[in-house]
Write a protein that binds this ligand. Structure first.
Ligand SMILES: Cc1ncc(COP(=O)(O)O)c(C=O)c1O
Length: 477
């Protein structure tokens, strides 16, 4: 690809591609090799010394993995990235690239429960402390949680299941006033919906298992550096980056690598030692997914808006947590940061608690009952008895996880089919007498031109229009 600026869809297909000198393969090969040959004695020495750029061992670098690292860094407008085996590995590498025993993190309470557990149970045992911000919109609360030993802020651009969009610039500015970087998990937005670096974030992590892959066929994770945080401004805070290093001939990482200090340390000292190396086969699958990212995320978001609008009109639904809806308290933030769509992972709450949720979830046929997100297939889950089952009822209540709350990850299927499937859930509720009851409910999903009517006999009567592009005019159930 030439150096001229290209659009997202062009970059997701061509970005970072380096032609295969050996065979001219248009699609880069899968280099399933643990190690790489040295031509001779001197080359082995030079590769270990870092004066020869070639590969040595896949845990330290692999051409298939490097190809994906270049593309993701480009799409995020970062400087470099490190590909790892899962999203949890990415968060771990990012944290351990910055933190040591005695340090403190301020994180949004809305983050993925697995990352919370990583901070509390794993890093906590290593002497790293964390405090959570209950209302991430409250910038004063972020500032109040800062201590002298605070070393990082952490949040997600689109948390799940509440779709409570992050004020990236507000939180980044607060972090920078405290002299620390903001690490953002951009899994559920993807760089197609928002590039956190453009709004002040310093480090981005992803579970590439989700939208970046889309196919749901393999896990992956990535740490991306924005290359903008000044690690030399307070040298005493980042002693591992600013102290003389024997392996660098007495220079520090900052001396040798400047603004690259964090990502080089995270790659060479953290990731390569801990070893969450992705299989090159999984990296290849991830790269195949990235090539259609914008097309999928556009469709995911359009479908999600249609589904959310439909749900909002059903009498059994007490709330829909989707920032794409004008009724959401996060709508303004979504308009500011996510003009292309608010993603497709969100929740809605049924009147009738767990019994209603059970009836609903057991009635759908197209939505897959499973815990995963960002798949091309639509997924459904009951957080109170699964992802958040380990919380006390009070903790769930504090996070707005009602017993009747259902999480959706809306896929790229025909939206008319998705609405019809959800209508099965409402029909079952009406038949079972659980919940508010919605005799004769009529839902008009005007935002995207889809209308769905749920008949008084608890059957979905018709779908009269569909999301543009779905080409469904009228269907009977
Ligand atoms: C926002 C977010 N970040 C990170 C992860 C962890 O990713 P992985 O399952 O790839 O380790 C998840 C998993 O659901 C997630 O939702």
């Amino acid at each position: 690809m030439t150096d001229e600026a290209h659009g997202f869809a062009t970059e997701q297909v061509h970005g970072g591609f380096q032609p295969d000198a050996g065979h001219g393969a248009r699609v880069p090969a899968i280099h399933m090799s643990s190690g790489f040959l040295f031509d001779d004695f001197d080359q082995a020495r030079d590769r270990f010394a870092g004066t020869d750029d070639g590969y040595t061992y896949t845990r330290l670098g692999n051409p298939t993995n490097a190809d994906v690292e270049r593309r993701i860094a480009l799409l995020e407008r970062g400087t470099e990235s490190i590909l790892v085996g899962s999203g949890q590995a990415a968060a771990t590498i990012a944290f351990l690239g910055i933190l040591q025993a005695g340090d403190h993190v301020v994180a949004a309470r809305s983050i993925y429960e697995g990352t919370k557990g990583l901070l509390v149970q794993n890093l906590g045992r290593l002497g790293i402390e964390v405090d959570f911000v209950a209302d991430q919109r409250d910038l004063d609360e972020w500032a109040r949680q800062v201590r002298p030993n605070t070393k990082a802020f952490f949040a997600e651009t689109i948390p799940n299941p509440k779709n409570d969009v992050l004020d990236i610039t507000g939180v980044a500015d607060t972090a920078h006033r405290a002299g620390v970087p903001l690490i953002v998990d951009n899994t559920l937005a993807t760089p197609y919906l928002v590039r956190p670096f453009e709004h002040g974030a310093d480090i981005v992590v992803h579970s590439a298992s989700k939208f970046l892959s889309g196919h749901g066929a393999g896990l992956g994770g990535v740490v991306v550096d924005g290359g903008t945080f000044d690690w030399s401004a307070s040298p005493e805070r980042w002693v591992h980056l600013t102290s003389p290093e024997r392996s660098l001939g007495g220079e520090s990482y900052v001396d040798r690598y400047g603004s690259r200090a964090f990502i080089v340390f995270a790659r060479d000292v953290v990731a390569s030692r801990i070893g969450p190396t992705p299989s090159p086969f999984n990296s290849f699958l991830l790269r195949q997914g990235i090539e259609t990212l914008s097309l999928r995320v556009e469709r995911h978001s359009a479908n999600a808006l249609a589904v959310a609008s439909f749900l909002e009109q059903q009498p059994e639904v007490t709330s829909v947590d989707y920032a794409g809806l004008a009724s959401s308290p996060f709508h303004d933030l979504a308009q500011r940061y996510l003009p292309r769509g608010a993603g497709s992972v969100f929740a809605f709450t049924l009147d009738g608690g767990e019994a209603a949720a059970r009836t609903f979830i057991d009635s759908v046929q197209l939505f897959s009952r499973m815990t995963h997100l960002g798949d091309v297939r639509s997924l459904i889950l009951h957080p109170a008895t699964t992802t958040h089952a380990g919380k006390t009822p009070q903790e769930r209540a504090d996070q707005g996880i009602d017993d009747g709350l259902i999480r959706l990850s809306v896929g790229i299927e025909d939206v008319a089919d998705l609405v019809r499937d959800l209508a099965r859930g409402f029909a079952a509720l009406r038949g079972s007498g659980v919940g508010a009851g919605g005799v004769g409910a009529v839902g008009a999903v005007g935002a995207v031109g889809l209308e769905a009517r749920v008949g008084s006999d608890s059957e979905l009567a018709s779908l009269e229009h569909a999301v543009p592009g779905n080409h469904v005019i009228a269907e009977e159930l």
